[in-house]
Structures are given as C-alpha cells and as structure tokens.
Design a protein around this ligand. Sequence first.
Ligand code: FES
Length: 312
Amino acid sequence: MTMQPKLKSKVRCKDRDIGEVTRVIVDPLSHEISHIVVSMNGDGERQVPMGQVETVTDSLIELRTLSADLLALPPFQRDNYVTTHEVEIAHLEEKVHVTPGEVLVPFPELEKSVKRRTFFMNLTHVIGFLIGLPIAFPVLRYLMKPMYQPFDNSWLKIGNVGKIKQEDIGVQFKYKKHVKEAYMPEAEVEKNVWILKATPAVLDKVYQGKDMEFRDASGKTVWTNKKEIPYVAFSGKCPHLGCGYKWRQHKVLGQVFLCPCHLSIYDAAGKVLDGPAPRPLDALPIKVSAGGDVEIIDMEFKAGTKTQIRII
Ligand code: FES
C-alpha cells in the first residue's frame, strides 16, 4: 500500500459503502497516520486502525472489515486527541490535503492522568453530597489515599553509560515502571529518559554553578545532583504538554532535542531554543556506579507550567 488515506475519501467495508474520512490520527513521533476517523453516514464517527485498511486509491479506501463490525466499535472519543494545527505537517499537507483540526495526535498521557484525577475528585464530592459524610468517609478516604501518598523516590537501574559514545549527545535509555493509580489495575508502563555525558560548558548551563536538589512532597531533600558529575538525565516528557521528544539534527541549530507535538526545541543542556515550552527540560536525579551502571529517580513534573511542580 503506497498511497496515504485522504480526507473526504469514501470508505467501503467488505459488504457496503459506509461513509467518509473526516480526520486522520498521526503518531506524534513518526508523523505516520495510525488511524483514520470515519463518519458513518449519520451513525457517528469511528476510529479505524490503519491495519484494517486493505487498499487506498485516490478517492476510495477499502477496509477488511464488515460494516456491522465497524458499527460495533465504540464512537470516536474526540477528547482523547489534540489537533496538530501548530505542528509542521508539510509532508502530510501535500499527500492528505489536510486543514487545521483534521489531523489529530493522541492527547499526551500525562495530561490524561491529570484529567482522570480531577474526575475522581469531583466524583468524591458528589458521593459526599448524596449519601452524607458518615457513609462517604471511608469511600473518600479510599479514593483520596493515593493522592496523599508520598512520592516514590526509589532508584531505578536503567542501563550502563557504556552506551554513550560521545559527549553532549542525547542518548535515550528506556525502562519499564510499575504504576498503580486509584481504581486502575496495576500496570507496567514503558518510559524513557535522555542521558548526556556533558562537557563542562554544557554542565555549567544545566547547573548554573549550583548543585541541584530534588525534593519530596514534604519539601525534604531526597537527592542532590552534584554540579561536577558529567552525567545528566532529562525526563523523557516534554514540559509543554508531555509528549516524547527526540535528539535530532536541525538545519540551523545543529543537534537539538526536538518535540514533534508543537515543535519545542531544546539545546543539549535542556534550555528552550524555540517553541511553546514554558521551561527547560526537567533534569532528574542520577547516579552512576564505578562500573558505569546508571540509576535515576523517576520523577514527573506538571506539564505546561513555568515553575517545576512535582506530581510523581
Ligand atoms: S508537547 Fe508541545 S512541544 Fe512538546
């Protein structure tokens, strides 16, 4: 399959024509189309993975699915996506003929979990109102408890610095983390940090002459990154809205950290060079053993704020 699905193309299931493409969903990192959103001739919208697409011609998309199976899918949830109107999608504009609002990217995970927490807080208020505090209290306590738990400051071993071959170059380290949120089953999430072996000039920009302290919910210092240790770790989430970013070659700026969601650009020290990011990349506590094993504390900070507010 070589052609990209186009907006307004007719969509045909195995048994009949079903509707037309109203939007496309794009992977924020690869910029490839991951899903098409199909308006089902008055039956709402459904989101169809590209895996279900059999053939694409200039004006018709044929699916491997039967219309009844498509109708059985849950309606498309617009809230889970943001538009990419600020994103450079030149290569897609040519192929797909999109206008702003028609290309979507998944809502960043971090913001989703903030929304979920707000929902649970509202829910507890409603319960309190309806059934009275004496009965609601244990429920409230159960729901609220995870929010009052202290942050997890345990060290995670994520790899070895032998992987870093050059100074001042971002190298991605991936790791898995167990998470448990209120009402959610325990799950393992894939996370990543960017690690740099920094030259003194870059190190100076990161630390600005001072050691960097990291604190717990109570304000107690849990770790201090010493300003002369050359290894720096940056949280894998862009401080703008929490997207994952990459180490990329930029035409004018040379090698930078680039976030594809709204094109924030950071230098090797995490400083914002361009884009909507409100603060530099978030450095994390890091320690490197004599054998080169890297450990970090997996902290997260609120997206979109100028000051750093720890949330995990
Ligand atoms: S999430 Fe908006 S620039 Fe990174």
